[in-house]
Design a protein around this ligand. Structure first.
Ligand code: NAD
Length: 349
């Protein structure tokens, strides 16, 4: 087996196995040239260990780019615990906390799917390398970043226009999507939502007058903005060919089924696409500042910079006739592999 190739050039991939507490976890550290790797931990009953490995490698790679695009001095990492949420116990979480502690700060983690605040506190009883437990409210800040991205997109396409009166379709109204709806309602937007959890969609209808549509219909609406806030991998050639809107701006991670193909398809159709790891960095920015004496004003200012980062990406993409994904990757890459970071790396060896 060609391990280094298979591990997508990760610096370190650690497999933790603690039979006493039924703990099976994988921590993937992709790149630490900007600082210690940061990435949340998700707990899922993966169908196979291969699926878990694929997920953690893909997500940690993305975290390196997200941190760099947001100009944060951390690298990219991610962790998965392979378990059914119903088998989650405080002992398992504490055992996991000890695993994280053994990495001595090379990896800092927090809450992702099926990990609650209470769970994070169990981990924290065993290690200090945990974020998202103090003042931070990553979900809210992720939604704020998405709103900034939408404003930047609208101003780029239609200079001087605001969100007022535009039609926006939000796919998935969970933690992030529901707050995005709240902010959009405050901006005077006409909302369309879909979510298989019908009670969540009903709540948006009741609170913000959103029109509920089926998960299939949401892609085909004649709206200005489509906001994917549910699952990854939802944008593919078939969906893009049916799409009628002008802007795609949402929180979901890894939105494109095939990054190269789908970003080119959107570009050819004149759709302005906000690269996912740029627009959804608000939550990471929020927990990052927990390490440096949390100051809400600083966090808000940093999240607002998503607007200018995206404007720069749109401007360069237009001028250089490249896709927004290509420009975002180039900008992030420049920040990850600066000569200064190479020196930092050498010094740490
Ligand atoms: P969540 O689980 O709270 O919400 C997701 C919602 O999407 C759920 O209500 C679910 O029922 C719905 N959904 C699932 N399949 C759907 C479909 N086919 N059509 C419509 N709705 C569907 O998750 P979240 O925390 O709100 O995160 C949303 C997305 O944003 C995820 O992809 C996540 O990885 C990403 N993200 C979240 C954060 C954060 O701060 N929470 C940060 C960065 C990225």
């Amino acid at each position: 087996m060609e391990v280094f190739q298979a591990f997508k050039n990760h610096e370190q991939v650690v497999f933790f196995n603690d039979e006493k507490y039924n703990l099976k976890a994988i921590v993937a550290i992709h790149n630490t040239s900007r600082g210690p790797a940061m990435g949340a931990t998700r707990l899922l009953p993966y169908k196979s260990e291969q699926d878990a490995l694929r997920d953690v490698l893909r997500l940690s790679y993305g975290m390196t780019y997200k941190a760099a695009a947001a100009n944060l001095d951390v690298g990219g990492g991610k962790a998965v615990i392979i378990a059914d949420p119903k088998d989650k116990t405080p002992d398992l979480l504490k055992a996991y906390g000890r695993c994280i502690d053994s990495l001595k700060g090379r990896f800092i983690t927090g809450q992702d799917m099926n990990i609650s605040l209470e769970d994070v506190n169990h981990m924290r009883s065993e290690t200090e390398y945990i974020v998202g437990v103090a003042q931070a409210n990553p979900t809210k800040l992720t939604a704020m970043g998405v709103l900034e991205g939408m404003k930047a997109s609208v101003d780029f396409l239609w200079p001087g226009r605001t969100l007022k009166g535009l039609k926006v379709a939000v796919q998935g109204v969970g933690n992030v999507g529901s707050i995005v709806c709240k902010y959009l309602n405050q901006e005077g937007v006409e909302l369309f939502v879909s979510d298989p959890r019908t009670e969540k969609a009903e709540e948006m209808k009741l609170r913000y007058g959103a029109k509920i549509v089926s998960p299939k219909e949401i892609f085909e609406l004649d709206v200005d903005i489509f906001s994917p806030c549910a699952l990854g991998g939802i944008l593919n050639s078939e969906v893009i060919s049916r799409f009628k809107g002008s802007i795609i701006a949402g929180s979901a991670n890894n939105q494109l089924e095939d990054e190269q193909r789908d970003s080119k398809l959107m570009d050819a159709k004149g759709i302005l696409y906000c690269p996912d790891y740029v627009i959804n960095a608000g939550g990471l920015i929020d927990v990052y500042y927990e390490n440096f004496g949390y100051d809400q004003q600083t966090v808000f200012e940093k999240v607002r910079q998503i607007y200018s980062t995206l404007t720069e990406i749109f401007t360069r993409a237009k001028a250089e006739q490249k896709t927004t994904v290509e420009i975002a990757n180039t900008l992030a890459h420049e920040k990850i592999f600066t000569p200064q970071n190479k020196v930092k790396l050498l010094q740490s060896v």
